[in-house]
Design a protein around this ligand. Structure first.
Ligand code: FPP
Length: 250
């Protein structure tokens, strides 16, 4: 567990206000392919380098006492990439999970995953489930990987589950509220996203956490994901802290 005094000192060293740090950060890790292409390397090299950045940003988030970090690691649309790239990403994910277990335990990080996980190869799924089980009592931070994830799929799945309850006579349609929908999301207990950061200068949400990010601040940063440093991360959080959040009020 990271102490409040430690967080305050670290935040201030990073030019951040410890009292106004986001609780839930979500990141769209973009630009791995461009990073590799610019170096005349295979796209897979970009993903490999990107995995190292995942480790650095996860650790930096724990140090700032951030409660939840959700990373868009593989979208439901990413299945349409060339099979070789999909296979590489799945293998990388499995190696990453195995390799990170000790660090997750050391840092008190609980792993979670959201998405159509049944579409993942069996080996990846069983590694994922094992690491989720092993880290389930950790409480410093939750690292949530969005895998085979699509925001619309998530809402459709929630609607199906709610419709089944109505059809079974266990829920009255007139009683459905935003809380009912929230309760049927992939991670129902997760708080709303405070800030979505996207690398590689892109300005799209790309079907990421469309329900949870309704009132999130959106910060687009220029570096490609494999170049995204901890100081770039701190700068993105400082940009978030400069925003005035009104949640539709005045
Ligand atoms: C976007 O870059 C990135 C992805 C589709 C995959 C993200 C994966 C990683 C960061 C590495 C592995 C992650 C974990 C958790 C181990 P892109 O390929 O779309 O880049 P481009 O837009 O430049 O082509």
């Amino acid at each position: 567990m990271v102490g409040a005094a430690e967080v305050a000192a670290r935040a201030s060293a990073a030019g951040l206000d410890a009292a106004r740090l986001p609780r839930h950060v979500a990141i769209i890790m973009d630009g791995n392919g461009r990073w590799a292409t610019a170096r005349k390397q295979d796209r897979t090299r970009g993903h490999e380098q990107g995995a190292m950045v995942v480790r650095a940003i996860t650790t930096a988030s724990v140090k700032l006492g951030i409660a939840r970090l959700t990373l868009y690691a593989f979208s439901s649309e990413n299945w349409s990439r060339p099979q070789l790239e999909v296979d590489f990403l799945m293998g990388l994910l499995e190696r990453f999970l195995e390799g990170e277990l000790a660090t997750l335990m050391e840092n008190g990080v609980r792993l979670e995953a959201i998405g159509s996980l049944e579409r993942l190869p069996a080996a990846v799924r069983s590694t994922l489930e094992r690491i989720i089980r092993t880290t389930s009592a950790n409480s410093a931070m939750t690292l949530c990987l969005a895998l085979s994830y699509g925001g619309r799929d998530e809402l459709v799945d929630a609607c199906r589950a709610i419709a089944a309850l109505v059809a079974a006579g266990r829920l009255d349609a007139g009683q459905i509220t935003a809380s009912t929908l929230q309760a049927h999301l992939y991670a129902p207990a997760a708080s709303d996203v405070d800030v979505v950061i996207r690398t590689a200068g892109e300005m799209r949400l790309s079907n990421f956490l469309i329900w949870q990010a309704t009132y999130a601040e959106y910060v687009s940063v220029a570096p490609l994901w494999p170049d995204f440093s901890v100081s770039d991360y701190h700068a993105a959080l400082a940009e978030y802290q400069r925003r005035e959040r009104r949640f539709g009020g005045l």
